[in-house]
Design a protein around this ligand. Structure first.
Ligand code: NAD
Length: 499
């Protein structure tokens, strides 16, 4: 059917393809060419994936914590030793520069390390003598088969927010990665096998909407962890609930950075550049709006522009600062917002369409773009652009800035830049956003805390990793026990009371 390499599924501990599979193109965005084809699951593959996971899960969940822990540690050691291989795979399909790809792997590895200590997190509680001769205790048990559906922008880190905890807690995982960059998940599956994870506990089901719908409606899938855009997150949450599943669905973002007049402007300009243009702005925690409290806007913009001119855009394998966008379609969509800005009366200070990239002319390039004085009614302000387009909005007071941020539909991340501790504390308390940075532009919590936004950035009540992750991937059981004591015999049909 094609001479290009095929990215298969990974089912029952081995690559899995069928002769009549549908496929999708996988691009190298820096070359602008199709380099692989990925198989897209239909009903048969969905059934095979879930059946294999279900068959393997009981024995894995029944294995001692010590043995499960040994597999987790082996996986962590292999990942630590071999992550440069994974970074190359990510760069070749996503486009982000190699150092950034390594960075996302390291953040995913933190969750693996958290899950190596799962014994501690699974400890239950015990109350002795709650009634005469009666003790109550709780345990956390696995859910069974759980589904993870991930976006294109972090092909290693986002799945790793979930699968280490799910697996260490005794579940079997079926991962449906983005069809745009599916190879990282297959590499991870091979690593699990090498680490000694039994076949069927980590499955990769490649595919599109059909695979997602198959997991959402499958009676043997107990829970779904989803990360992606807000409309799909909402859909997954609603469908999952309809089929009686536990669902956490993390959606899109529009993150603001509030800059007070007393901020260190060099530090702030560096932060705006790093958070605005890192990974070509294709991060759910990217800063896309700088809210400058006057009179700070002009001097800050000057410093941001100076730095923008030093950024090297090009092939992520060539030591550049910023790579291409993930597909041509996405590149064109992001670029179209520059025209929207002009139509809406904003000022395009730096136009990324004129970029000279260090890479193939056919790559999906768009350079860093800065748009000043963006009206808050413009789609440039209200919509998630998900590219290297930074908007600035000018306000007169701290209060006006907070009000603006709180009025937004999303609530993923935000940051304040100031040297005033009192203002920072007030911001932290009043802002309606799930993750807050104080002089930190990309406030992604460490793995012992939990990741997740508010409002349209997250559907469901349990966030990713940390204690919330353990809670999501386990079900609590309470046991009330009384060992034989002849003094408590006798018939009593009344509701049990404690004495
Ligand atoms: P996307 O919503 O297009 O895709 C996410 C997943 O859903 C993919 O696996 C895809 O195959 C699947 N999917 C796509 N369309 C579907 C449909 N109609 N029905 C069922 N499934 C469908 O997102 P993306 O473009 O891959 O990723 C970028 C988005 O993800 C951005 O909005 C970004 O903000 C968001 N994101 C959020 C977080 C977070 O933590 N909140 C983290 C990373 C990315």
């Amino acid at each position: 059917m094609t001479d290009l390499p095929i990215v298969p599924h990974w089912i029952d501990g081995a690559p899995y393809t069928s002769a009549d599979d549908r496929t999708a193109d996988v691009y190298d965005p820096a070359l602008g060419t199709v380099t692989k084809k990925v198989v897209l699951a239909g009903q048969r593959e969905i059934e095979a994936a879930v059946a294999s996971a279900k068959a393997a899960q009981h024995a894995w969940g029944d294995l001692s914590l010590a043995r499960r822990r040994a597999v987790m540690f082996r996986f962590r050691e292999l990942l630590e030793a071999r992550k440069p291989e994974l970074a190359e795979i990510i760069t070749a399909e996503h486009g982000k520069v190699l150092s950034d790809a390594l960075g996302e792997i390291s953040r995913g590895q933190e969750v693996v390390e958290f899950a190596c200590g799962m014994d501690e997190h699974l400890k239950g509680e015990y109350s002795e003598q709650v009634s005469t001769g009666v003790d109550v205790y709780s345990t956390r048990q696995p859910l069974g088969v759980v589904g993870i559906i991930s976006p294109f922008n972090f092909p290693a880190m986002v799945p790793a927010w979930f699968f280490p905890i799910a697996i260490a807690a005794g579940n079997a995982v079926v991962l449906k990665p983005s069809e745009k960059d599916p190879s990282a998940s297959i590499w991870v599956a091979e690593l699990w096998k090498e680490a000694g994870l039994p076949d069927g506990i980590f499955t990769v089901l490649n595919g599109d909407k059909e695979a997602v719908d198959g997991l959402l409606s499958h009676p043997d899938v107990a829970a779904i962890s989803f990360v992606g855009s807000t409309p799909i997150a909402r859909y997954v949450y609603e469908q999952g609930a309809k089929y009686g599943k536990r669902v956490q669905a993390l959606g899109g973002a529009k993150n603001h950075m509030l800059v007070l007049p007393d901020a260190d402007l060099d530090l702030t300009a560096d932060a705006a550049i790093n958070a605005g243009f890192g990974s070509a702005g294709e991060r759910c925690m990217a800063v896309s709006v700088v809210v400058a409290v006057e009179p700070v806007a002009d001097p800050l913009i000057e410093k941001i522009v100076e730095r923008m001119h030093t950024l090297k855009v090009g092939d992520g394998r060539r030591g550049c600062d910023m790579g291409p966008l993930v597909t041509l379609e996405h590149r064109d969509k992001v670029a179209s917002y520059i025209d929207v800005a002009i139509d809406d009366g904003a000022t395009v200070v730096v136009d990324g369409r004129q970029v000279q990239a260090d890479g193939a002319p056919s790559g999906f390039w768009l350079g860093p773009t800065l748009i000043d004085a963006v009206p808050t009614t413009s789609r440039v302000y209200t919509e998630e652009i998900f590219g290297p387009v930074l908007a600035t909005v000018r306000v007169e007071t701290f209060e006006e800035g907070v009000e603006l941020i709180n009025a937004g539909a999303f609530g993923n991340g935000t940051a304040i830049f100031t040297n005033d501790g009192g203002a920072a504390r007030r911001f932290q308390r009043e802002i309606q956003v799930g993750m807050v940075g104080i002089n930190v532009p990309i406030p992604v919590p460490v793995s012992t805390f939990s990741f997740g936004g508010w409002k349209a950035s997250m559907f469901g009540d349990t966030k990713a990793h940390g204690a919330e992750g353990v809670k999501f991937f386990t079900q609590l059981k309470a046991i009330t026990s009384r060992w034989l004591d002849p003094s408590h015999g006798g018939i009593n049909l009344g509701f049990p009371q404690n004495d």
